[in-house]
Design a protein around this ligand. Structure first.
Ligand code: IPM
Ligand code: MN
Length: 356
């Protein structure tokens, strides 16, 4: 298969994990006889410095002209600590999501064999957790009308029925391929926008009789997530709740550095880790590249390259089993590997590992 990939390394640890992601894709191409072409674009603080715009026109064009985007991370402390800043790296990510119409963000959460004790939660609670959060990505407070003055500010949590319907459809379809259980997470006891979500979901669930649909308030869901994560199969929720719940859910896996995501919608799909740019670690070669590598697996699955994706996941599992891991997953007394060393190991394994 021929694929044109737009690579957006971004800021902080972004370029380091991006390199590993691209190397893994090259190893897959080599092994399976595919032609993957990589073109690089600027995003985030790197783009602001070069062009003044966190998501320049040129990058948008590159994304639109590509089959998929491999994104890493954006964010920079220079902007985090300055509430007065007029442009922010994160606006680049939001612009990309909006301009590519990426309304569905799929965030799978699972435990990895051998890492159950990495979670601060008890093994018997997390073991076997396997669910997907379907986060609405182009609506809600992130994009609703905003107002900011010296003594007053607001964000508007606006959702329309078609926006809710299309994301719920993604969740129902996904659940149909999994354990057939959807949990709609909202705050319908307080928020008007949530009441619309619930009404639309209650109408739609009638068309999906094979799916068990339940409803949970977000405060309750945040507790249930760490008390009984195996309860969940597919969670569907609005942008802000999805952002918060998936960071929380990452403690189930034991490291933010393990969780990938895909964002799909009207234009080119984007594959990215759920973690941020971790600027404090930039250049230190300690960032875990596995979230990026698993984003590559999701990319391959998106194009029905199932065997390829399976092999990527297999070598990731093997690297964990054999202790070829970055410090966040290391055990005291055992040697730790750098970001690039883990990447090299994965690529070497990819070329020799058998496919079963
Ligand atoms: C995420 C990130 C972004 C978000 C930030 C960087 C704008 O936290 O992808 O979860 O809030 O969506
Ligand atoms: Mn987030």
């Amino acid at each position: 298969m021929k694929l044109k990939i737009a690579v957006l390394p971004g800021d902080g640890i972004g370029p380091e994990i991006s390199r590993v992601g691209v190397d893994v894709m090259k190893a897959v191409a080599e092994r399976f006889g595919h032609e993957f072409e990589f073109d690089y674009g600027l995003a985030g603080a790197a783009a602001i410095r070069a062009t003044g715009n966190p998501f320049p026109e040129e990058t948008l064009k590159l994304c639109k002209d590509s089959d998929a985007v491999l994104f890493s991370a954006v964010g920079d402390p220079e902007y985090d600590n300055n509430p007065e800043a007029k442009v922010r790296p994160e606006q680049g990510l939001l612009a990309m999501r909006k301009q590519l119409g990426l309304f569905a963000n799929i965030r799978p959460i699972q435990t990895f064999p051998g890492l159950e004790d990495k979670s601060p939660l008890k093994r018997e609670i997390v073991e076997g957790s396997d669910f997907v959060c379907v986060r609405e990505l182009t609506g809600g407070m992130y994009f609703g009308e905003k107002y900011e003055s010296e003594d007053k500010a607001y964000d508007t949590n606006l959702y329309t029925k078609p926006e809710i319907e299309r994301i719920l459809k993604v969740a129902f379809e996904l659940a149909g391929k999994r354990k057939k259980h959807v949990t709609v997470v909202d705050k319908a006891n307080v928020l008007a926008s949530s009441r619309l979500w619930r009404k639309v979901a209650q109408d739609m669930e009638k068309d999906w009789p094979e799916i068990t649909t339940d409803y949970m308030f977000v405060d309750n869901a945040s507790m249930k997530l760490i008390q009984d994560p195996r309860f969940f199969d597919v969670i569907v929720t609005e942008n802000t709740f999805g952002d918060i719940l998936t960071d929380e859910a990452s403690v189930i896996s034991g490291s933010m550095g393990l969780l990938p995501s895909s964002s799909i919608g009207e234009s080119t799909p984007v594959f990215e880790p759920i973690h941020g740019s971790w600027p404090q670690a930039a250049g230190l070669d300690i960032a875990n590249p596995l979230a990026q590598v698993l984003s590559v697996a999701m990319l391959l699955e998106h194009f029905d390259l199932t065997e390829e994706a399976k092999l990527v996941r297999k070598v990731v599992d093997e690297s964990i089993k054999e202790g070829i891991v970055t410090p966040d997953l290391g055990e005291s007394g055992k040697s730790e590997y750098g970001t690039q060393a883990v990447g090299k190991w994965l690529c070497a394994r990819l070329t020799i590992s058998d496919q079963r």
